[in-house]
Design a protein around this ligand. Structure first.
Ligand SMILES: [Cu+2]
Length: 150
């Protein structure tokens, strides 16, 4: 039986709640957002966080993260931040951004060379940064922005 026929029949026989449930079920739910992330480096010369998109809708966002490095493990940190990247508090001794000054949402700790990881987080609208905070990596370019919109 066609769904529309079934709905009409359920409504006719007085099973309106069941009909309503079918109608609601037929409306596609808003797809969750997915971002493909590539962590890349040329050894300790330069490093990048490349994203398949720079803007997503608020809600559940899944990051599919691949470390394309041949030699280095990287991490992937999601943090809320409205500050320009150059103004983030940096610890010269540890060679890392002060994570205590960041609103870290979640992270994938070690992704070995050639490996992948997945992280799903619920994000409110706002500005976020995606970075690797292993010693020296941030300063070598391992950071990017993503905007989360309503
Ligand atoms: Cu790194």
């Amino acid at each position: 039986m066609e769904t529309t026929t079934l709905i009409a029949w359920l409504a006719r026989v007085g099973m309106l709640p069941a009909a309503a449930a079918l109608i609601i079920g037929a409306v596609p739910a808003r797809a969750d957002e997915t971002v493909d992330v590539t962590l890349a480096d040329k050894g300790m010369q330069s490093m990048r966080v490349d994203l398949s998109t720079e803007q997503v809708k608020a809600g559940d966002v899944t990051f599919n993260v691949t470390n394309t490095s041949r030699t280095l493990a990287h991490e992937f940190v999601v943090a809320r931040s409205d500050k320009p990247i150059g103004t983030l508090p940096y610890n010269e001794h540890e060679k890392e951004v002060e994570e205590s000054a960041l609103e870290v949402v979640n992270e994938i700790e070690d992704i070995e060379p050639g490996k992948s990881g997945t992280l799903t987080v619920k994000l409110e609208p706002g500005s976020y940064i995606l970075l690797c905070n292993k010693a020296g990596h941030f300063k070598l370019g391992m950071v990017n922005h993503i905007a989360v919109t309503n």
